[in-house]
Design a protein around this ligand. Structure first.
Ligand code: GAL
Length: 367
């Protein structure tokens, strides 16, 4: 552990308030003034750098789970939390602040993998291990935890084909994610592996910052260009893009709605699935992902090797054979909501089944 640690959390807190890091937070402090003064010299501090609040999972699932798991493994660890609000410069600044403050380990979901590489290098030079969470970061990272992204795309592609049924001249719209996120590239690759040659891709878009409103705008453009009745399916890379696409289809009076894919098992997506507006989502179990990353982060903060925690190795630009844990994504349709997200306790039936969805929930066995 670094000797700087004692001052680290306090300095991060100071920087968080002083240097436009509006979205910082600390949970390791018990002193009324904030900071981790009270936790003493041996207290490791771990930074969580989340990318945005556009996609619900980061703040509603991953952030709280990571924090709980870190605390469970290391009761006196201080957790410093920052959200970059989709702003690359802000995330660089947040990371630099943590490095300057001498944090012991960083869990990073990069807004833009390439742009953050310099900050990852700075961390490495300062001997601060960086665990890339969900999105593979570039630069000398120490560990990586995620899901098989191409498999996510294949699950989406297969579900879309299944939902569209037979027929040779089916035309789809592809609403891909943000290409600065390496996952978006993998999702698209996996989806194309399944869809290529089997459907006509009428229009395809990259969605900057994964913003639903950009998907809405692009879908409106696709409807205008292709004709409302000529879209047989929509490949949406995640639930936010599914929501934006579906709202555009509805405001353009497309009826019946074509099948739309998604990802992230958002509460709204499960409700759209029950309502019949969205066909599927991909569930990437949050708890095991957060648990694996928390275990790596705590070990890294204590200066332990991550090799024994890894089940895989990955390479990224700037690092080879990085210890990794790669998990398996699950396709969720109306038929297996109960056996997946409800069974895992992500949501209760009460949360999903609002009064308007009662009949659909009964039919889906959500009772
Ligand atoms: C990806 C992540 C997805 C989705 C998306 C938008 O990197 O794997 O689950 O949330 O970002 O933030």
């Amino acid at each position: 552990m670094k000797t700087r640690t004692r001052d680290a959390a306090m300095a991060v807190t100071v920087l968080c308030t002083a240097v436009a890091l509006a979205a910082c937070g600390s949970s390791g402090d018990s002193s009324p003034g904030g900071g981790s003064e009270s936790s003493g010299e041996d207290t490791p501090s771990i930074g969580l750098l989340l990318p945005d609040s556009t996609t619900a999972r980061w703040e509603t699932q991953d952030g709280p789970l990571l924090e709980t798991k870190i605390k469970g493994l290391c009761g006196d660890c201080a957790v410093e939390h920052a959200n970059a609000k989709g702003d690359v410069a802000l995330q660089q600044e947040q990371m630099d602040s943590m490095i300057t403050a001498g944090i012991d380990a960083i869990v990073l979901v990069a807004v833009d993998a390439r742009s953050l590489a310099a900050a990852v290098r700075s961390a490495n030079e300062a001997d601060i291990p960086v665990i890339a969470y969900d999105r593979l970061a570039e630069g000398p990272i120490s560990g990586y935890v995620s899901f098989d992204g191409e498999e996510v795309g294949r699950l989406q592609g297969r579900a879309l084909l299944e939902a569209m049924g037979g027929g040779s001249e089916r035309q789809i719209v592809m609403m891909n994610g943000d290409p600065s996120d390496p996952n978006a590239v993998s999702f698209k690759k996996g989806a194309l592996f399944v869809l290529k040659g089997r459907v006509e891709i009428g229009k395809e878009y990259d969605t900057l910052q994964w913003r639903p409103e950009n998907a809405h705008m692009n879908m409106s453009g696709a409807i205008a260009a292709l004709g409302a009745g000529n879209i047989d399916g929509v490949y949406a890379a995640n639930d936010g893009l599914a929501a934006g696409s579906i709202s555009a289809l509805k405001s353009n009076k497309v009826d019946p709605l074509p099948p739309v894919t998604g990802q992230d098992a958002e509460l709204g997506a499960l409700q759209r699935i029950l309502h019949g507006d969205q066909y599927m989502t991909v569930y990437k179990p949050f708890a095991p992902e957060a648990s694996a990353a928390a275990t790596m982060a705590v070990a890294a903060a204590r200066g332990e090797s991550l090799d024994r925690l890894a089940t895989d190795k990955v390479s990224t630009r700037g690092a080879d054979a990085v210890p990794a844990v790669m998990l398996t994504p699950v396709s969720v349709t109306v038929d297996n909501i109960k056996d997946t997200v409800v069974k895992d306790g992500v949501y209760t039936i009460e949360q999903i089944c609002t009064p308007g969805l009662r009949a659909a929930c009964d039919e889906a066995g959500l009772t």
